[in-house]
Design a protein around this ligand. Sequence first.
Ligand SMILES: NC(=O)c1ccc[n+]([C@@H]2O[C@H](COP(=O)([O-])OP(=O)(O)OC[C@H]3O[C@@H](n4cnc5c(N)ncnc54)[C@H](O)[C@@H]3O)[C@@H](O)[C@H]2O)c1
Length: 334
Amino acid sequence: MAVNAAVCGAGAFGRNHLRVYRELERDGETVKLAAIIESNAARAAALKKEWQVPVFSSVEEALAARDRGEISIDAASVCVPTSEHHAVAAPLLRAGVDLLIEKPIAATTAEADDLIALARQHGRVIQPGHLERFNPAVLAVKPLLNKPMFFEAHRLSVFTPRALDVDVVLDLMIHDLDIVLSFAQSPVREIRAVGLPILSDKIDIANVRLEFDSGCVANFTASRVSTEQVRKLRFFQPREYISIDYARRDVLVIDVNGIPGSAAAAANPPAGLAFNKPQVRQAEPLRLEIEAFLESARTRNAPQVSAEDGRAALALALAINQAIAEHAQRAGLA
Ligand SMILES: NC(=O)c1ccc[n+]([C@@H]2O[C@H](COP(=O)([O-])OP(=O)(O)OC[C@H]3O[C@@H](n4cnc5c(N)ncnc54)[C@H](O)[C@@H]3O)[C@@H](O)[C@H]2O)c1
């Protein structure tokens, strides 16, 4: 049976969810784009024409139509601004709807905990929208992980007046925090951070150093006020350097086993570095993410990215913001 899917919040990113649900439907997947929930009246009117599905101005209105038997909603993408995630997601969970909630899962850990409790109580799936987990470059690197000890993440964007309800840590850096948490597999021991508001009244650029219990260290730079677009994660593990370009969806592995003078090179003389480009399957991350979500909704299996993962990334992002505030205080910037 087809999963009846709704998109709640059809702004800049919600439109991508709409497109992917419709593409999946057209490709014969067992999903149907069943409704759009959009509070902006002008946008809602245009969406109705464009997508030819019922459009509602609120979750309550959509659920009332469902109760009257006018539509079915089994699953939904929550793509409203982060500050609204909890207000929109809670009634949907109570009404028995499985949710793909855009990142970050919520604005506070209390809100995230409440959503997790509601999902348990109502037997619902929550998959937080940590899209980079489904980036084919990340998927290609997962089998190569071997005790990574040093990460360097750069995520730079040009300024656009969007997502200004949150700072750059919750907006952009959270993607890399989630990936590094999933790769490092160790609790964070120490956070050093600096951040500044530049064009908005929230932190627009931030640099963070994390140290994990394992001894692994990770540096992150995130900016939404740059002149260029960069999305890179580089890391070192024993005798290996791996570079991921999220935007180009490619991976470079440099193996130092062949360096003259190294133990491995002494045993196996050919000199030089071995450059390797692992095969990366070309697929759209959002499509893979939504396919994984629909699979969980159909099978009731746990989602590939759990609500707890989303909560952990959020908690770390909020701890980083606390460290940024403390640094600002020490530096006389507050
Ligand atoms: N995964 C990614 O790479 C990625 C990229 C961009 C944005 N996002 C996330 O997507 C979410 C939305 O971001 P955006 O840039 O699309 O924002 P946006 O402001 O462009 O769109 C949000 C839409 O939600 C609507 N809305 C607000 N409150 C509503 C409510 N209560 N009910 C129904 N509709 C409501 C607004 O009218 C607007 O159309 C954020 O959580 C953001 O972090 C994720």
